[in-house]
Design a protein around this ligand. Structure first.
Ligand code: GRF
Length: 621
């Protein structure tokens, strides 16, 4: 992102009446980044002699000391883009809030509070949390309403309070405030234009989250499906360079790439070279997903446990390789290249293994299976872990479970994913093993100087001797992403923006303490030959059961207008247009029952879904 944003000068009023350490941190942040040229700060204080006034003087910031009773007249005479409360120990009454609002919309007054709201509202929050003996406390930033420390939360960041002496806790909280508040202010002042690339349920889920972020200026979509295209403005394009040209014209700040194909094609590189931030690795690092052999080499080099394998490119070589597994289980046959999640075969017999290897090498997946891997078959529980990476820090979501097979009890062919659960069902020992694995992965990425911003998806299998990697994907998994975003309590756009600044280490990824589920409804004939064109109806019922619907293989019928995402009265204009038609998502109490109620209430010819999502059984691969 450019250093000095291309915006007109912003005016910010900081309201403070105390010590002013937050005030100082904010001013210094903007000065250090050279952003003070486009942001004018002023201070409003209602306490004569407050230390914050001295700080304003030293920092050369215009300050007004006004009796609180005179605030209304002061504030009605001046207009600011943002009102920042920083140790201003007063509740703003309705009358003042009305004066500050823009066209009745109250999203321009913010406050910082030293606790994890809604806990410990009001004065002496740090002390009260300490005295209550909480294990965790932290900092909250929120929009202001007339309630004491009420209003919608923008960001919360927890720190451990366990066995931390009071003075240390207090200084840690203040340090956190000083690091986070200026970032939030900067990003609220300079809201971003975001482009999301991709048209699956995963991108629908990402788009919906981003569409409600206070950090968003305008949302653009590249290749959305008709089920969510009205969340933003679609950019049509001929090729990636055309997309770039149009994105530059629309002043896109951030591109989020959902699927793998554009990553393999180097879309990330094209945008990054033009100075646009991207969530999604460059072509070199996308190769970790694109080539299973490359991934194996990365793992071997960095001490990451994975199944033994033999890479082959001829039928003779395949036979010989399969032969070496004769005293072990029948090996797995994998295409080296990408095959839409279908390039892994689990033959039952050695003969079947040979036949499969031949079919792969004969071009079942085109160029993707010109080279194949004959790989040791590992057994254990399957786990997928999505981690964010910014070139410096790896921050992981809780492990998820992906139901890859088409049919119940893990039968039938592999698919793109028939459902997901997050967090996965893991005991403490398994969780600790995964944590250890993630440390190894972080060290490996550091060791390899992996300079990219994106997602690393570890497909793991928990073997008796610890987690082994089955595969890497370099993007959010679909459907795991839909379940994980349901759990996420932190603004995803803020997280992405901090990643783009290589500041992921300052983020606390907060997740609801519950379990989220995602169920895929698929079309008849999926995965081989999905039937298209069936009318979809009843998806509005999902809302009745508190579920969210994210569309994937859908399009608007000729008579309808599609674009049902925000419509209260959908016109049933969507028809199926792909294998995985939609995802149904819910978390918390009765989530599974409600998801299945919704699944039964949604109709299209040939509708298929698994009935056992949410059940755990360790499958082998
Ligand atoms: C901070 O802890 C802030 O969270 C709360 O008041 C305190 C102000 O400290 N609202 P300072 O005046 O910025 O030093």
């Amino acid at each position: 992102m450019a250093n000095v944003p291309d915006f007109q000068t912003k005016k910010v009023l900081i309201m403070a009446s105390g010590n002013g350490s937050n005030f100082e941190a904010i001013i210094k942040h903007f000065k250090n980044k050279g952003l003070d040229v486009c942001v004018n700060f002023e201070l409003l204080c209602d306490k004569k002699g407050a230390n914050v006034l001295n700080r304003a003087k030293t920092l050369n910031i215009p300050a007004f000391c006004v009796e609180f009773d005179d605030f209304s007249s002061f504030l009605s005479e001046k207009k600011y883009d943002l009102y920042v409360l920083a140790g201003f120990m007063r509740i703003l009454p309705d009358k003042i809030l009305k004066i500050l609002s823009t066209d009745g919309i109250q999203d321009n007054v913010i406050n910082i509070h030293p606790s994890l709201l809604p806990k410990f509202r009001g004065k002496n929050a740090i002390k009260r949390a300490f005295e209550a003996g909480v294990k965790k406390t932290g900092v909250s930033i929120h929009f202001v309403n007339k309630k004491l420390d009420g209003g919608k939360i923008i960001y919360r960041h927890a720190i451990s309070a366990k066995d931390v002496p009071y003075n240390k806790l207090e200084s840690e909280i203040h340090a956190l405030e000083h690091a986070i508040y200026p970032e939030i202010i900067e990003n609220l002042l300079f809201k971003k234009n975001v482009l999301i690339f991709g048209g699956g349920a995963r991108e629908h889920a990402i788009a919906r989250k981003i569409s409600v972020s206070p950090f968003l200026n305008k949302l653009y979509l590249a290749k959305p499906n008709d089920g969510f295209k009205n969340l933003g403005e679609t950019i049509d394009f001929i090729d990636y360079n055309d997309l770039l040209k149009k994105s530059v014209a629309k002043k896109i700040d951030l591109l989020v790439i959902g699927p793998e194909a554009p990553l393999f094609d180097g879309l990330s590189d094209i945008f990054q070279n033009a100075g646009i931030s991207v969530i999604g690795p460059n072509k070199d690092w996308a190769h970790l997903e694109e080539s299973k052999i490359f991934a194996k080499e990365f793992m071997q080099k960095n001490g990451i446990k994975t199944g033994k394998y033999i890479p082959v490119s001829s039928i003779k070589g395949a036979k010989q390789a399969i032969e070496t597994f004769k005293n072990l289980s029948v090996p797995v046959i994998k295409a080296d290249g990408p095959a839409l999640g279908k390039g892994v075969s689990l033959p039952e017999t050695f003969l079947e293994a040979e036949k499969t290897a031949k079919a792969f090498l004969d071009g079942k997946f085109g160029d993707a299976s010109k080279k194949i891997l004959i790989e040791e078959r590992l057994s254990g529980k399957e786990v997928s872990v999505m981690s964010l990476w910014d070139g410096d820090t790896l921050l992981s979501f809780p492990p998820a479970l992906d139901y890859k097979r088409l049919l119940d009890v893990d039968k039938g062919p592999n698919t793109g994913g028939m459902g997901a659960v997050a967090p996965n069902f893991l005991n403490e020992n398994e969780q600790n093993q995964i944590k250890k694995y993630l440390k190894t992965l972080e060290a490996a990425l550091k060791n390899e100087h992996a300079e990219f911003t994106g997602i690393v998806y570890s497909g793991l299998i928990l073997t008796p001797s610890g987690p082994a990697v089955l595969e890497y994907n370099m993007r959010f998994g679909d459907p795991e992403c839909q379940a994980l975003l349901e759990l996420l309590d932190t603004d995803i756009l803020f997280v992405f923006l901090m990643m783009a600044k290589k500041a992921l280490k300052t983020i606390d990824l907060r997740l609801k303490r519950t379990r989220a589920y995602c169920l895929t409804l698929a079309a008849a004939g999926y995965p081989e030959n999905p039937k298209k064109g069936a009318k979809i109806s009843g998806f509005e019922n999902a809302e009745k059961y508190g579920c969210k619907v994210y569309f994937a293989g859908v399009k608007a019928s000729k008579t309808g207008n599609g674009a049902v995402e925000t419509s209260k009265t959908p016109d049933n204009s969507l028809i199926t247009n792909g294998g995985r038609v939609l995802s149904i998502v819910k978390s918390g109490k009765n989530a599974l029952q409600d998801i299945y109620k919704a699944a039964n209430a949604i109709h299209f010819d040939g509708k298929m879904f698994r009935k056992d999502i949410g059940k755990s059984f360790g499958s082998d691969k």
